[in-house]
Design a binder for this molecule. Structure first.
Ligand SMILES: NC(=O)c1ccc[n+]([C@@H]2O[C@H](COP(=O)([O-])OP(=O)(O)OC[C@H]3O[C@@H](n4cnc5c(N)ncnc54)[C@H](OP(=O)(O)O)[C@@H]3O)[C@@H](O)[C@H]2O)c1
Length: 248
């Protein structure tokens, strides 16, 4: 197996790298920070920012030249920070969150898609979030970015229909990682990152179009999506907010 994962220096991406690493596997790991504990198999690290398209392209060309088309690409790199829609200063945060979570994801998948199409096989996966299903109060940039990521992948899936390349969109609920450890509220159905990686890998192997992890959050997301606006507004207004002082 030849697998590329972005954001493998921490949290879910790091757990996914541990999950997939084995003697027969080549792992291409892309993130801004390097250095992680040694893993079995062949590990190739690329220090790149997913918003730096030329750097991402160089990493992809290097991987493709050495190993050929990957069997799986997981666009996992992402950031989150609390925002308020009534604060002009937060528009800059919105730009950065959209750049990483939407354009960075799109660039990651596009950097490998043509080679995978030529090979006529493989899976392009992206990590969105349950936060995409309704606009969360105090987390508008993140909700908007993940909703856009879902739609981008839906378009990509239709564009690649019949090529042999699948597109899998995974929406995790709360996973225990540095991104959620800053939250000062109780997180329902919180999953350890290793367990999340196992479940995400299962959804990817099954080539699910849209998978919510864990299943309890799938039930919550159905509720969220079907809840009438007047009720959602009341409940969401009272929900705890994401901290707004997280470095990006
Ligand atoms: N934890 C949750 O509850 C949860 C729930 C739903 C969805 N998600 C999504 O899951 C993904 C992983 O999140 P996590 O919880 O594992 O967060 P995390 O522990 O903060 O890890 C984020 C990873 O993304 C990388 N990254 C961030 N910005 C990057 C950039 N510009 N270029 C390259 N890499 C970048 C980071 O690496 P460097 O800093 O080294 O670049 C890091 O490896 C994200 O897309 C997140 O939105 C998480």
């Amino acid at each position: 197996m030849r697998i590329v994962i972005t954001g493998a220096s921490s949290g879910i991406g790091e757990a996914l790298a541990r999950h997939y690493a084995s003697a027969g596997t080549v792992l291409g790991l892309i993130s801004r920070r390097a250095s992680r504990p040694p893993l079995p198999g062949e590990i190739v690290e690329y220090q790149a920012d997913v918003t730096d398209v030329p750097a991402l392209e160089r990493a992809a060309q290097d991987f493709l030249g050495r190993f050929g088309a990957p069997d799986l690409v997981i666009a996992n790199a992402g950031i989150g920070v609390g925002t308020r829609g009534d604060d002009l200063a937060d528009v800059e945060k919105l730009r950065r969150v959209l750049d990483v979570n939407v354009a960075g994801l799109a660039a990651t998948l596009a950097a490998f898609a043509p080679a995978m199409q030529r090979a006529g096989r493989g899976t392009l996966a992206g990590i969105a979030s349950v936060a995409a299903f309704r606009g969360l109060a105090g987390n508008g940039a993140y909700s908007a970015s993940k909703a856009a990521a879902i739609k981008w992948m839906e378009s990509l899936r239709a564009e690649l229909h019949g090529t042999g390349v699948s597109v899998v969109c995974v929406c995790p609920g709360y996973i225990d990682t540095p991104m959620t450890r800053v939250n000062r509220f109780r997180m329902p159905f919180l999953l350890p990152s290793d367990e999340a990686a196992r479940r995400i890998a299962r959804a990817i192997a099954a080539r699910r179009r849209l998978a919510v992890v864990p299943w309890q959050m799938a039930a919550v997301s159905v509720l969220l999506r079907t809840m009438p606006g007047w009720l959602y507004d009341r409940l969401a207004a009272r929900a705890p907010r994401k901290p707004r002082d997280v470095p990006l």
